[in-house]
Design a protein around this ligand. Structure first.
Ligand code: PEP
Length: 250
């Protein structure tokens, strides 16, 4: 049985004080649940979120990191710095970073390897655009993204990687993939993992769905056979909605 994960991607939202309050407000739901609950906060919110999460089941993630330990990389944050603070997870290759900040499959791969070295759980995002879906290349595209992200990662390590399937056309648009569409692609990802590694590894790895998941549609999505949780943007900013989603994951 794969442990479900509910991860809230706050994106560029919340001040440190607002973030601490949000963590306080979701603690009860997180503590009552058996799934992993993660909040992916802006860098400046990490200290207050970590403080607020102390003693609870809420885990704290960054939304990006650099693959070098230190050096002349103005504006960047390293995995060593995150680890030192107590950050346990990191979102890598979000489509917004790929689109606006030149994140590539190659840098996602470097960062994924580095996060694993640092014992930080990488949540690696993949997903197709609407055009790719309409032209029938979505599955090939996603298989390629998964393969490139995991290039050179050994079987013993890859099990710690979490993959998030996030169709770009569903992110922040209010358009959600249907339960079947989302499960179909998560199944494609699992088959790719089986080809790259083996059936046992593919069965153990967690695959999340992300794209306008909310308190109304989460129950159906989370009940699908190949969906092991959610990466949630907008709805993760509302404690009540996020708590409801955590409740559906159990
Ligand atoms: C996301 O940011 O990863 C996301 C899925 O956003 P939203 O839930 O707002 O579509």
């Amino acid at each position: 049985m794969r442990k479900k994960m509910i991860a809230g991607n706050w994106k560029m939202n919340n001040t440190p004080a607002e973030g601490a309050k949000l963590v306080q407000d979701i603690k009860a739901a997180a503590d009552a649940a058996t799934c992993d609950v993660v909040v992916c906060t802006p860098f400046v919110c990490l200290p207050s979120a970590l403080e607020a999460a102390k003693g609870s089941h809420v885990q704290v993630a960054a939304q990006n990191m650099h693959y070098e330990d230190k050096g002349a990389f103005t504006g960047e944050i390293s995995s060593v710095m995150l680890k030192d603070m107590g950050v346990t997870h990191v979102v890598l290759g979000h489509s917004e970073r790929r689109e606006y900040f030149a994140e590539s499959d190659q840098t996602v791969n470097l960062k994924t390897k580095k996060a694993l070295m640092e014992n930080i759980v990488p949540i690696v995002c993949v997903g197709e655009s609407l055009e790719q879906r309409e032209t029938g290349i979505a599955f090939d595209w996603i298989r390629m993204q998964v393969k490139l992200a995991l290039l050179g990662i050994a079987k013993e390590d890859v099990k710690r990687v979490v993959i998030a399937y996030e169709p770009i056309w569903a992110i922040g648009t209010g358009k959600t993939a249907t339960d079947e569409q989302a499960n179909e692609v998560c199944g494609v990802i699992r088959s790719a993992l089986k080809e790259l590694y083996d059936a046992e590894t593919a069965d153990e790895m967690r695959i999340l769905y992300g794209g306008s998941m909310n308190a109304k549609n989460a129950q159906g999505l989370l009940a699908q056979s190949d969906i092991d949780g959610g990466l949630i943007g907008g709805a993760s900013l509302k404690a009540e909605d996020f708590s409801t989603i955590i409740g559906f994951a159990g």
